[in-house]
Design a protein around this ligand. Structure first.
Ligand code: COA
Length: 345
């Protein structure tokens, strides 16, 4: 197939000739809110200690949006930063997808609000939900769009403001979560991080172990659901922990196999930042040295869909990811969902 670009920028194909297309990360950006909650702050509201939180999770502080702030406010800044790194204008992008479980509203989508605020024009824009695995799910969707020729340039963002749905009386979960957004610009033209082999999956039979029970069609918002605190996160931490360790390891191994890359050729692991012990277990499975694992959980806690793009952006800007780096990204989350991908710079 032969590609020609029409005025709108959408790729068109003529039959008869084959082109092999790749998808590259050409810009990354992130945004975290200014508000900080330290472990000492949490000691004042639940029966916990800095020592317990650091030992069991690795988290020292996390960010929190203000009263009037919402997910789209963070995404706008993350996307602007990613576009700047890519050297693109908002109007150069042909689509935006946003992974989140905390959209500004059930509808309209956060993606559509962001596209309008940034001036991206009337491009396709939608949200999708895969818990903390959403960013990996987004990369896989973007790869499909770009490699199939549906789009040449697409923004994938991951955002969550989990502090808005945290149960601040539940010490086993409220210590974990923070707010943030991250975004990447994916293009059919490098240079950048080429999206390689991937693996993803979900198991709804485990969904009840990490759930926001009310606010959907099963239990629409009512006085009763609010009184029973059903709009906040319910989590069986130890069950999720065991599943996460297995899912992360399997996702990484399968993505490596599909990519044709060996463990010894991996330069860096950027794992979903949920718990330092889960990251360590994944790093051990990949036989990586400590310096080959990017960790920022101490600063931000678990930012859900945003955790991988935030870490990716920091690792790039700190020069940890270099030309020819092979990076493994992997996540697990509500659904339960999981996914991994190999990125080649
Ligand atoms: N401070 C002090 N003690 C706490 C505590 C806290 N914040 N939270 C729980 N505890 C207590 C428990 O009550 C329990 O006490 P008990 O033995 O007297 O019953 C003890 O610590 C151990 O609890 P447990 O749940 O077994 O701890 P854990 O080692 O599994 O750590 C998590 C708890 C939540 C940190 C851990 O299970 C985890 O990170 N799970 C994954 C969660 C996750 O990633 N969720 C998001 C998915 S994207």
């Amino acid at each position: 197939m032969k590609r020609s670009t029409v005025k709108s920028g959408v790729s068109q194909y003529e039959m008869g000739e084959t082109v092999s297309r790749n998808a590259y990360i050409v810009g990354v950006g992130h945004c975290v809110p200014d508000g900080v909650i330290t472990n000492a702050d949490l000691e004042k509201i639940v029966d916990t200690s800095d020592e317990w939180i650091v030992t069991r999770t690795g988290i020292r502080e996390r960010r929190k949006v203000g009263e009037g702030e919402a997910s789209s406010d963070l995404v706008v800044k993350a996307v602007e930063n990613a576009l700047e790194m890519a050297g693109m204008e908002a109007g150069d992008v042909q689509g935006i997808i946003v992974g989140t479980v905390t959209p500004d509203y059930p509808f309209p989508s956060t993606a559509a609000l962001v596209a309008d605020r940034i001036g991206m024009g009337k491009i396709p824009a939608y949200d999708f939900e895969a818990g903390c695995s959403a960013f990996i799910y987004g990369l896989i969707q973007a790869k499909a769009f770009v490699e199939s020729g549906i789009m040449d340039r697409i923004v994938v963002a991951g955002v969550d403001c989990l502090t808005k749905i945290t149960n601040w009386t539940d010490r086993s979960s409220c210590i974990l979560f923070g707010d943030g957004a991250g975004a990447v610009v994916i293009s059919s033209r490098g240079p950048g991080g080429r999206l390689g082999g991937w693996h993803w999956g979900a198991d709804g039979s485990l969904g009840e172990h990490l759930i926001q029970p009310a606010g959907g069609s099963r239990h629409p918002a009512s006085h009763e659901t609010v009184d029973e605190n059903l709009h906040t996160i319910r989590m069986d931490g130890s069950r999720i922990f065991k599943h996460a360790v297995r899912a992360m390891r399997d996702s990484c191994m399968k993505a490596l196999e599909i990519d044709g890359t060996e463990k010894k050729d991996v330069d860096l692991l950027i794992s979903h930042q949920a718990n330092l012990r889960i990251i360590d277990a994944t790093a051990r499975a990949l036989e990586l040295k400590p310096e080959q694992v990017y960790i920022n959980i101490q600063k931000y806690g678990n930012t859900s869909a945003a955790s991988i793009p935030i870490a990716l952006d920091e690792a790039l800007r700190e020069g940890i990811i270099k030309e020819s780096s092979t990076v493994v990204v992997a996540a697990f989350g509500a659904g339960l969902t999981w996914g991994g991908m190999i990125l080649h710079w």
